[in-house]
Write a protein that binds this ligand. Structure first.
Ligand code: S3P
Length: 744
């Protein structure tokens, strides 16, 4: 077979001992790519040696270890784990001087001990490694040079491993396309015992257990896909696995004992007909299986698109037509999970927003023992545990980008009898939490924050909260909601007065769950000693997501768009009022009430917008919609002035600065002020924009492209998935030209 010569081979003489699947694939990969000048195979089986040469796996092959290893730069040991001890002793006797020895075995502690015994001390040129790749096929015939591509290889250097030797082995694996990682020998053996050795044991054990029963014929006749999938790995090489279990005995026993305990609990749940326990295990397992990587990172929830380099390429022009339904309301989705979890009974939610932020809330409650089914096409079923039924989570609760989760949850967690730590992503970790920590502390909570009141937050359990009155210094629905939720646990009454109306979904939904809340003008009051009763929640489409398309239809030529079933709670409709003041052709149809919230279809047509001074009282009612309103202002005739919106500086980004920067890049005159912005409408060009991890910034500049005369590339757009996972699909559906452009 022809090899492809590379620019420079990494080593001269590579010896691969053991030409089974792994050894032969390694040899062939290195040889095909020319990563070594010469690849020599060693195998006790003469036939395998001959085939290896015929198949182009190696340049030459020998059964004579000493002759093959003479002058080797690197020796790869790819023999069964239990054969390594003898092999190492033979190698030690050869007195090799500058030869790197590496391996591909599945157990590292055992090999380290064998090397110590063979050499008297650990050789610096010994680099232990383990490729996490394989196949049910074995032998030299199965050699596959691409076997390691995009697979992990774990290197487990010992304390005296020579850095140059380590780098050399790393480069060889990388040359084969593997992703190389390193960890300690102990950690490797523990991790592999759990993720690889235990499942193999179960598969071998289950098949054997069933096969030896008298009714086995019947069992195997009806063995369906599930059985085949589960037991696929029982087709692996028995000798190899026998070696692995004996070599990694301690770690496997530990994992097995732990699993036996969990299996007994499952057995009891079935015996006692404890359906909730079973559902809890199965729903958690399902999510965990879908998101192994986040579980490995010990993070609570799913971050599916965490490629921070995601760029949106918005091409200029386009029209906006048709009729669409944007995803469910984010604020209502969060609250439905929180109250559903704390309710007595089973709450069904429809229209749930399956965005990262709301998923973070689901996972937080799952971590605290709540069984939550779904989401499945917007449907979620929450098995409430009651106000006092939450359990301590297994570790810190990671809430990603979601300020609402962190702030509202804090009100609940401050009153539990266990400690919790809440952490978030880079954007959330910069956001102010003293606004909730301070009043919660006044109620008796014990909360630790990072410097300047930033996340992470640690809330100490076992505190007795006392109700109080709080006059909020800022108009914040999150602060109000946090305190009302804490008020369900605090002795006496808790009341919050807001300086301006903010969204009142918490108050409405608490009532929907049968928990009394008294609202008197700007003050909402709650007392403890009531219960939440499960209910059905229908989440309307999110007006904050619809806002992007409202502005899009206004600024694009020849457009008419119908936005269906939008929540028009009066504390959220600032966007409609402001656009109308700017001259938008926008009308509401089919207004009706669903589950305590008003909804309507909103029709928007191309409009000649004009600049306005935004009335102060509308600011909190449109707080999330300003980024896209600034795009409307840029397309309007004349000047738009916003004041009283200093809160924009502490959202997912400093939305005033980031929008000023972006608009300026596009050639629009925009000037930031401490609490607002002044924008002169005018022509817009294209350019490079940075969204700074803020979903609404990325979507706003996507909309801007409708009127720009060149393409807009929007960097750091990944967080659009937090609130609007199908944004790009809907853009396409209505006639906008925004595409993802992923850069590595
Ligand atoms: C929200 C309240 C608002 C809003 C956020 C969601 C809520 O935040 O910006 O997107 O669900 O309560 P503030 O309370 O900080 O104004």
């Amino acid at each position: 077979m022809q090899k492809t010569p590379p620019a420079t081979p990494l080593v001269k003489r590579l010896v691969v001992i053991g030409l089974g699947l792994i050894g032969a694939s390694f040899a062939k990969g290195i040889r095909d790519l020319g990563l070594a000048e010469e690849v020599i195979g060693v195998d006790l089986n003469l036939q395998a040696c001959q085939r290896a040469v015929e198949l182009g796996v190696v340049d030459s092959c020998s059964t004579d270890l000493a002759a093959a290893c003479k002058d080797a730069d690197v020796i790869m040991l790819a023999v069964p784990v239990l054969a390594l001890q003898t092999l190492l002793s033979k190698l030690a006797a050869l007195n090799l001087k500058n030869t790197i020895i590496t391996d591909a075995g599945s157990v590292k502690g055992h090999l380290l001990a064998a090397a110590q015994a063979a050499f008297g001390k650990l050789p610096p040129l010994l680099v232990l490694g383990h490729p996490i790749a394989g196949s049910e096929r074995s032998g030299v015939e199965a050699a596959n040079p691409g076997l390691f591509k995009h697979h992990k290889v774990i290197l487990t250097p010992h304390a005296h491993t020579d850095p140059a030797a380590l780098a050399c082995v790393e480069q060889l694996w990388q040359g084969l396309g593997a992703d190389v990682e390193s960890m300690s020998v102990d950690q490797h053996d523990r991790v592999l015992a759990a993720t690889s050795h235990l499942p193999h044991l179960l598969a071998f054990g289950l098949v054997d257990s069933l096969a030896k029963r008298s009714e086995n014929l019947e069992i195997f006749r009806y063995a369906a896909g599930g059985f085949r999938d589960f037991t696929r790995i029982a087709g692996s090489d028995p000798v190899m696995w026998h070696d692995i279990f004996l070599a990694n005995r301690e770690a496997v026993l530990q994992q097995l004992d732990q699993f036996r305990g969990d299996l007994d609990v499952l057995r009891n749940a079935i015996a006692e007909e404890d359906g909730r326990h079973l559902l809890g295990v199965f729903t958690r397992a399902r999510v965990a299986r879908e998101h192994f990587s986040t579980i490995l990172a010990q993070r609570a929830y799913v971050e599916t698109m965490l490629d921070n380099n995601l760029i949106f390429l918005a091409s200029p022009g386009g029209q906006v037509n048709g009729s669409i339904r944007v995803p469910g309301d984010k604020s209502i989705s969060h609250r439905a999970i929180m109250l559903g979890s704390l309710a007595e009974g089973v709450t069904e939610i429809d229209g749930f927003l399956e965005g990262e932020d709301a998923l973070a809330t689901i996972q937080a409650f799952r971590d605290m023992g709540v069984v939550i089914e779904g989401p499945e096409k917007g449907r979620v079923v929450v098995h409430g545990v009651g106000l006092h039924g939450l359990q301590a989570p297994p570790g810190p609760i990671y809430v990603g980008n979601s300020g609402t989760t962190m702030r509202l949850l804090s009100g609940i967690l401050a009153a539990q009898n266990f400690d919790t730590t809440l952490t978030g992503d880079a954007s959330l970790s910069k956001r102010p939490m003293n606004r909730i920590a301070k009043p919660l502390r006044e109620m008796g909570a014990v909360i630790e924050t990072a410097a300047e009141g930033r996340p992470p937050l640690t809330l100490r359990g076992g505190q007795r909260l006392t109700g109080m009155h709080y006059a909020m210094p800022m108009a914040s629905a999150q602060v109000k909601s946090c305190l009302l939720l804490a008020g369900m646990y605090a002795s006496g009454e808790t009341s919050v007065t807001e300086p301006a109306p903010t969204r009142d979904h918490t108050e409405r939904m608490l009532r929907g769950f049968g928990y009394p809340v008294e609202v008197n003008g700007p003050t909402a009051k709650i007392e403890s000693n009531h219960a939440l009763t499960a209910t059905h929640i229908e989440v309307p489409a999110d007006i904050s997501s619809a806002a992007f398309f409202m502005v899009a239809a206004c600024i694009a030529p020849d457009s008419e768009l119908l936005l269906e079933h939008i929540g028009i709670n009066p504390t959220r409709t600032g966007i409609i009022d402001i656009l109308k003041l700017m001259g938008a052709d926008l009308s509401l149809e089919r207004i009706h009430e669903v589950g305590g919230e008003l909804v309507a279809d909103i029709r928007v047509r191309s409009s000649r917008l004009k600049g306005i001074e935004i009335p102060l009282e509308l600011v909190p009612l449109a707080i999330d919609e300003f980024p896209v309103l600034f795009i409307a202002a840029a397309c309007a005739e004349g000047r738009t002035i916003l004041r009283g919106a200093e809160e924009l500086r502490v959202k997912e980004s400093d939305r005033i600065q980031v929008m000023v920067d972006g608009l300026t890049t596009l050639g629009v005159s925009a000037q930031g002020t401490p609490d607002g912005i002044i924008i002169e409408g005018g022509p817009m060009g294209g350019g490079e924009i940075w969204a700074h991890g803020d979903h609404r910034i990325a979507m706003s500049f996507s909309v801007a492209a409708l009127r720009a005369n060149a393409a807009i590339r929007i960097h750091d757009s990944v967080h659009v998935a937090t609130s609007f996972p199908n944004f790009l699909a809907l853009c396409k559906q209505v006639g906008m030209h925004v595409e993802p452009e992923v850069h590595s």
